[in-house]
Design a protein around this ligand. Structure first.
Ligand code: AMP
Length: 284
């Protein structure tokens, strides 16, 4: 496995791979890798000749400086996991490499897709995501890029950027990998205390309750949200950032519980912000 931190070194390898006619799969990450990240790698290895993982905790996508400071870093373990999984190249740049000083910063944004969910409660977050992802796409020149559906809005926003700006690559969405009790795997889970980890289990149980309530015939969105909110708030340390029912395509709030809906939430359990979502098909 090749590990590179410098842009020119990365570009030389990409040029060689392209000359040899090899296809490239790219999995951008912020490290502290878990089985969810490795699912992206596995998919990339199946569908492309060479798999690149980037590990970079991107400062421009953190709207909360404390969250950035506390973000877990685990580079040695990450490299070991990548090696075991058969990753071909890990790109491990530092902040100066990705963000040399500039007097003319660019702001990328897809306002229509950023009005709700994390775009609403984390101002500047997706601008940071689009900035780093577009830079990494230019540097790694992937044929396919792999993103987790746990970050559903991120997947939609990046897919829209790729389409609108004609990036020559395909964006692939990979299903959410979960812990045994259903909690979505996340690098942030390690920051949960034992008690809060137990409380976090309310999230997958809330999705089960949502499905059951809809199956039972509930079609009033406001009532459904109230039931789910009340359920989450039985956890003393839970604070709801948002709980929304939106259209999975355009991410606008749904008026009615019909067809396909995306139920998405962000909650703080103690200090740790967790997100999750599920697409629910409603038969009327
Ligand atoms: P992160 O390191 O959190 O920025 O995530 C890097 C990539 O891994 C993103 O595309 C995430 O959506 C994806 N990812 C994170 N957690 C999971 C999970 N539990 N299952 C599948 N993909 C995930």
């Amino acid at each position: 496995m090749i590990v590179v931190s410098e842009i020119q070194e990365l570009k030389n390898i990409i040029t060689d791979w392209k000359k040899a006619g090899l296809s490239i799969g790219f999995c951008p990450t912020m490290g502290s890798l878990h089985a969810g990240h490795l699912d992206l790698v596995e998919r990339s290895k199946k569908e492309t000749n060479k798999t690149i993982v980037s590990i970079f905790v991107n400062p421009t996508q953190f709207n909360d400086p404390k969250d950035f400071e506390n973000y877990p870093i685990n580079t040695n373990a990450d490299l070991k996991l990548c090696e075991e999984k058969g990753v071909d190249l890990v790109f491990l740049p530092d902040v100066k490499t990705m963000y040399p000083e500039t007097k003319t910063p660019i702001l990328l944004s897809i306002p229509e897709l950023q009005k709700h969910l994390c775009g609403r409660t984390r101002p500047g977050h997706f601008e940071g995501v689009l900035q780093i992802v577009s830079k990494l796409f230019h540097l790694t020149e992937p044929n396919k890029a792999f993103f987790g559906l746990k970050d559903y809005q991120q997947f939609r926003v990046i897919s829209a950027m790729v389409k609108n700006l004609n990036f020559p690559l395909e964006v692939v969405g990979v299903p959410t990998r979960r812990e045994e009790d259903g909690l979505a795997m996340s690098s942030r889970n390690v920051r949960l205390t034992e008690k809060h980890r137990e409380t976090a289990n309310l999230i997958p149980r809330m999705f089960a309750l949502a499905n059951k309530t809809i199956l039972g015939g509930e079609r009033d969105i406001h009532l459904l949200k109230e039931i789910l909110r009340d359920f989450l708030l039985t956890g003393a340390s839970v604070r709801i950032d948002y709980l929304e029912v939106v259209d999975p395509e355009n991410l606008q709030p749904k008026e009615k519980l019909e067809g396909e809906v995306l139920l998405a939430l962000a909650v703080f359990v103690g200090e740790v912000r967790l997100i999750d979502n599920q697409i629910i098909s409603i038969q009327n």
